[in-house]
Structures are given as C-alpha cells and as structure tokens.
Design a protein around this ligand. Structure first.
Ligand code: ADP
Ligand code: ZN
Ligand code: ZN
Length: 738
C-alpha cells in the first residue's frame, strides 16, 4: 500500500458512492471549483472505474491513502445546498456501521430514485395537461394534424387531465403537437399539486378520556429531549388518539412529526384520519408512489413544507429540518424490517434518530414486541398502558377448541361451525382467520401417499382449485394439476389440509346466499380490489370474512362478533425463535377485531394442543403474561433480547460453491470467547428457487464485541474468491432465521 500523501494545496473530498464496497472514496475538487463550496450532503458526479456515478459528499480530509497519480477530480457538483442534511448523514453513517452495509448503498436507499439520477429536489407538482372545456372549436380543423387530434381525443377521455409522464406512455413525441394545441387555446397547461390540499378545518375528534389524558400529559411533562415511550393498549383502546394529540401539540410548536406505519396500502384510513384531524399539509411516503410523486413528497418534507409525514419503513430516512416527534405505530410489525439488501429495522432506526435529534419517540402496539417490552421493563422506555377500550365495547370471550378426534369439515370443527351458524343467525359478522392461501397445501395420492413437491424448492406445491394450478409459494413456480399419481398412476389425488380458498368454498356451500369476502394475496392482486373488499367487510355487507394476516392488520370491522382461528399448530411447533411471539400477537390482534361497538364478541381458537403452555398463558394471563413467560424462555435459550444475533446467509446454484464460501467465512471469523458461532448449517429450507442455502449464526451477550468482530470480517468476506459463485448477505438482528 502506498504511503499517505500529504496534500497542502487541495483538501481531499470524501464521497459515498453507490457501490458494493465498504468505506468512502477520495476525490479532488475540480480545478475551477473552490472545494469549500462542496458541502457534505451535496451530490457530485464522480469518475468511478470506467463509468460515472452520482455520489454524496461526506466530508473533507487532509490526507488520503490513494496515491497522488490515482487521485481523480470530481466531474461536477450537482447541488448548491446539501440534499441530505447533516443529521441524516449522521443517521445513515450510524446505520451503515451497525448493519455492516456499504455506506454508499445506504446513502442511496435514503434518496428518492430521481435524486439518485441527478434531478433536483422539488416540491413542485407535475405538469398537468387538461382539455379546455370553454374552447368549443370544431374538431374538423385538426383533420390534417392527426397527432393533435389524437391528443385531444385522449384528453377528452381523461377530463381530470394527464401528466407528461402519462402522455408519454400513450403518444410518441407528443410535445410539438401539444404546444400547438395550447397555442390554439384547446388545451391548458397546469400543475398537479404534489400533496393533497389540507382540509380547511381540523375535525376536533373525541375528547380524550382520563387514561389517554394522563398518558399525553405524562409524555408532555418529560424533560425536553430524547425519551422513548411505549404505548401498550389493546386494539381500539385509543392509541391513535394519543398520537394525534401529541402530533397536534408538536405542530403547534412549528415542529414536524414523522409517523411510521407498517403498510399504507393496508391502512389508508389511518393517513386520512391524521389528515382530517390535524388539517396540515401531509406528505405520505409509501410504495404506491411513482418516482415524481415520491420526489415531491420527500422534498416537501425536506423543505419544511409538510408538518406531517406518514410513511412506511424507508420514510425513517426522510429529511425533516424541524423534526420534533416520531411515532412508530404497530411497532411489533415485521414489515419494519427490510428483508433484503440493506437489512435495516426502521423501528430501531427511529429510536436512534430520536436519540440523535434529541426528541421524544412513541412506539405503540396492542402486542408490543418482546424486545420493546423488555426495554420498558428495564426502564429504557417509559411504559404506558391503556387497559380499557376507548369506545363503547366489551372485550371478547376467548375459548380453545380441542381438535383431537374431532371430525373436521375442510378444516372446520363442529364447534366452530355451530358458532358460525349461531352468530349469522343473530345478525353477527364472522371472521375466519387462516394464514395459508390457496385451496390446500398438499395434494396426495390416496393409493400410495405420493405428493408433489416443487422441483426448485424443498416444499410442496399448493393446490389452487379455482385456477386449477399447483403453485409453489416460495418460488412462484406453477404447474398443471396432474390427473394421476406420478408414482403408482392411481387417479385419486386428495387435498390434504385447508387454505383460505377451501374454507371459503365450503362455507359458501353451506350458506349459498350469504356474501363471503375472502381477503388474501390471491384475491387482492388487482388494484383497488383490497379497498373494495375491506369496504364490504367493514360495512357488514359481507357477512363472512375469510382471510390471511392481511385481515389482522389494523382494520376496523365494527360488526364482527365471532372470530375463528383455524390453525395454530404450525406456529406452536415451528423452528423459528419468534414463532411463539408471532402466534400470540396474531391471536391477540385478531381477537381484537371481535366485539367492538356494543356487540359482545367471541373468539374460538382451534388447536390439537389445548394444553400447550403458551396458549394457556395467553388465555389466562393475557398478552402481558405471555410476554413475561416467553421472555424467560428466550433468556434460557440465549435469544434476543438477551443475546444478540447476526446471521450470515449464502445461497448458490451448486452446493459445493456454498459450502466452500461458508467454510472460508467460518475460518476467517476465528474464535472469540464472547461470541458463539453455530454452523455453517443448511438453512431450514435448504433448497429454494433452485438455489442451495446455508447459514452461519453468530450469537453474543455483548453487542459491542459482536460488532467489533464483524467489522473486519465483513470486509474480508467481500474479498473472498469463493464469494464470486454465491450470493451472500449479513443480517444483523435478523427478524427470522429462515
Ligand atoms: P387504537 O389506535 O388503540 O386501535 P383508536 O385511537 O383508533 O384506538 O380508537 C378506537 C376507536 O375509539 C376509534 O373509533 C376512536 O375514534 C374511538 N375513540 C378513541 N378515543 C376516544 C375517546 N376518548 N372518546 C371516544 N371515542 C374514542
Ligand atoms: Zn418452489
Ligand atoms: Zn400413488
């Protein structure tokens, strides 16, 4: 390695470049540019290998390890002022270090796509082309201008107007013709506001009850600065009203508020509710936005034009110059964890961000994660309990239904069927929950027991009856349904086990005149389908709701009086250390859907293991009792939050390639008395989508030691020759071990 070069005339500029390499890259300022004008957080175009990349300036240094003859100058500065403010760069740097992920890539994920491509931040809306209704010239004059005619016809079909982007999709080279139309007064060029206008007056909402009031007061009276609060209250206990009250106070102090939610597409009502109640410009950041909408919402937040920002996971990286409060709703939800690439946890980063910004952060849930409860038991978070439901409602009665020796009809026990009958009779609404879509998870030969597995995965193909296809839920492979057994040739193939499709069909055959809404990924693929079904569900139009966990997420079904949970057994005996926690959360969340708004509710949970200690604790001591028992188990087994995990995953087309990489990874790691290493071992599903998967688990009670060990290790891994034939990733604080 070359000796450090001392540069006295020009300081070195460090740039985060989007590349799978660790560390920053050093450049010189271009000849005609004073390097002091190049501020951290600004984008620059830099030569990188044989190409050019857009990177972000991190800072200036006096020395570099890069030999003078190799040191290159930046090509161009893209910004007058930083696009990423200092506090955000600090958060991103922290995250890159904690998750051991290349900083350039981390910085890149924090920027909307258009910023990554070099566009300037802008909260201006898109150009909108609209037909001018007042100009009523006959169309004959356009006869010799077919393109103008085409545009006019198109705009007539879209009275609300079309954006330039949309026009480009329909018509090639449309601009000259459009200009002619604008000159003739046939079309007007306007701007589509990028954020919806705030409602003109705020809906006051209900007055807080005494429980809510005292929580809001307590949070308010904490000393200024960082404080983490956990609001633990059953579904419907009024947590959202607490967020709204706190947000209102912050906004009155001219602060900005960041609200993180698991999935906006599932909960558009929540965004609406905040908007109506706070009546301020609201930037919603979620996966449903196109690139320019995203740039606009992001810029509005960054330019302090949106006091309220509501967004999913990646919104935790939104620049907000006046940020004064962060809320993480449904903090236990797994979708806060990014499951590929830069595998961060947005809930955890929200806490880091609040700490760095020295502001309060509120986590809320009906079923807090064991990590968060643990932190609250140890006074790291202030715990606030909401014991009562806020509106007029009663808690449901929960009962376990023993499935042993019962004759099941397509997965439904006689007891559950009778209960469904009773509730429908009394004008109730029924929700049947099963976390498995399709008709049945298995087709089997009745003669010899042959089953059909996916050729690319260690998994069975799921039978989808309505499509008459077999589909692998792990790799998406699909195949026609065989007429005969692939082994003995017998013609009788039977469906083993039930999915949502099967439950729906069976209930429909019993109640042919009752409307049933099945809500799972198969029925909600079409745009707007989910909204339509949720509307049917909450209005009570659909009397029976059958669904997967999509149904368990934050929806309000005021008429549901009976909840049936079809299958708990697969969770009780899963190999994943979070499975029990997930089951308890799910049961508690779906139970929370029953018996609101003055109708007493009933919850029936089917299981072959009614004596299972987990179910018993949950039933008799509630979620809190369960959590304490489960935490004790985690402590014994050495799992989070008592010990910290990191998982090295690798997959390869050839098992030998995976083995070779994992062996060298294991050797590189060496031994450390404070870190236990398990593996390399095959992943629980060894083969998936045609690739062989392995994992190596690191476990330590000392977070610091673990990270000190991983820091050089990851860099060494990225240099491994055996790494060329595999895909590998390091998952810090993995959400699951699959
Ligand atoms: P959570 O977020 O805990 O599920 P919400 O804040 O959504 O609870 O409240 C549940 C329902 O109760 C909502 O319809 C809400 O309008 C109502 N509610 C909440 N707080 C009050 C209150 N103090 N008085 C009357 N109704 C309330
Ligand atoms: Zn498959
Ligand atoms: Zn057979």
């Amino acid at each position: 390695m070359a000796s450090p070069q001392k540069k006295s005339s020009a300081r070195i500029i460090q740039v985060a470049v989007p590349a799978p390499l660790y560390g920053a890259f050093d450049y010189l300022a271009p000849a005609h540019v004073d390097e002091r004008t190049l501020q951290p957080g600004s984008r620059v175009r830099v030569p990188f290998g044989r190409r050019h990349h857009i990177g972000v300036i991190l800072g200036h240094v006096d020395q570099t390890d890069v030999p003078a003859e190799k040191l290159k100058a930046l090509k161009a500065a893209l910004d007058q002022a930083p696009v990423l403010p200092a506090d955000l760069l600090e958060l991103l740097t922290w995250a890159a270090r904690y998750y051991h992920y290349p900083l350039g890539e981390v910085v890149n994920t924090a920027m909307p796509a258009l910023l990554r491509k070099g566009k300037a931040p802008s909260s201006k809306g898109q150009t909108l082309w609209q037909i001018n209704a007042t100009a009523n010239a006959p169309d004959i004059e356009l006869k010799r201008a077919p393109r103008q005619q085409q545009l006019l016809t198109l705009l007539k079909q879209h009275q609300q107007g079309l954006t330039s982007e949309q026009l480009s999709q329909h018509v090639e080279n449309w601009r000259p013709a459009m200009k002619a139309l604008v000159d003739k007064g046939r079309v007007t060029k306007g701007e589509q506001s990028c954020l919806p206008e705030p409602t003109s007056c705020a809906d006051p909402g209900p007055e807080l009850n005494s429980e809510q009031r005292s929580i809001v007061d307590d949070i308010k009276h904490q000393a200024n600065g960082y404080c983490a609060h956990l609001v633990h209250g059953v579904t419907g206990s009024g947590k959202t009203e607490i967020y709204i009250a706190l947000a209102r106070q912050a906004i009155a102090r001219h602060e900005q508020v960041l609200v993180l939610v698991p999935e906006i597409s599932l909960t558009p009502q929540l965004t609406e509710r905040f908007r109506k109640r706070l009546a301020v410009r609201t930037a919603a950041l979620h996966s449903g936005l196109n690139d320019s909408q995203r740039l606009c919402a992001w810029s509005a937040a960054a330019l302090n034009q949106a006091p309220l920002v509501i967004g999913t996971r990646s919104a935790v990286f939104t620049p907000m110059p006046q940020l004064g409060l962060i809320v993480v709703d449904e903090e236990h939800d797994g979708s806060y964890k990014q499951q590929d690439g830069f595998r961060y946890n947005a809930r955890d980063l929200a806490l880091v961000r609040a700490q760095q910004a020295n502001i309060p952060v509120i986590l809320g849930s009906a079923t807090p994660s064991l990590e968060s409860l643990h932190n609250s038991y140890h006074q790291r978070y202030r715990l606030h309990m909401l014991k009562q439901r806020a509106g007029p409602s009663q808690s449901p009665r929960i009962e376990l239904v023993n499935l042993c020796k019962q004759k099941l009809q397509h997965g439904l026990s006689p007891k559950l069927l009778a209960a469904i009958d009773g509730h429908l009779d009394k004008e109730g609404q029924v929700l049947v929950f099963l976390n498995r879509r399709g008709y049945s998870p298995l087709l089997m030969c009745h003669e010899c027991g042959w089953t059909l597995s996916c050729r690319r995965c260690d998994a069975h193909m799921t039978y989808h009856k309505s499509k008459q296809r077999l589909i692998c839920h792990h790799c998406g492979a699909d195949a026609p349904v065989p007429l005969n057994c692939g082994d003995c040739g017998a013609a009788e193939l039977i469906s083993i086990g039930a999915g949502t499709e099967r439950i729906e069909q069976h209930l429909q055959s019993i109640y042919p005149d009752t409307r049933i809404a099945r809500i799972d990924r198969d029925t909600t693929r079409r745009k707007g389908a989910l909204q339509h079904m949720l509307a049917q569900a909450s209005s009570g139009h659909a009397r029976i709701l059958v669904g997967t966990q999509m149904l368990a997420k934050g929806h309000d079904f005021p008429n549901v009086t009976l909840v049936g949970v079809i299958d708990t057994d697969q969770c009780l005996y899963s190999g994943d250390f979070r499975a029990a926690e997930h089951l308890a959360q799910l049961v508690t969340q779906v139970a929370g859907r029953a018996g609101r708004a003055e109708k007493p509710g009933e919850v029936l949970i089917q299981t072959h293991h009614p004596d299972h200690p987990l179910l018993q604790t949950l039933l008799h001591q509630g979620y809190d009792g369960f959590a304490r028992a489960a935490l004790a188990e985690r402590q014994q087994a050495g799992f989070p939050p008592y010990r910290h995990l990191a998982l090295l995953r690798c997959e390869a087309a050839k098992p030998e390639a995976g083995n070779a990489f994992m062996q060298s990874a294991r050797e590189l790691l060496g031994d450390n008395p404070a870190v236990d290493v398990f593996g390399p071992l095959p992943a629980p599903m060894e083969k998936r989508a045609g690739r062989y998967r392995l994992q190596l688990m690191l476990q330590s009670a000392q977070r610091k030691t673990l990270h000190q060990l991983m820091q050089p290790w990851v860099r060494a891994l990225s240099q491994l020759r055996t790494g060329n034939r595999v895909r590998w990733s390091l998952d810090v604080d993995p959400y699951d071990t699959y």
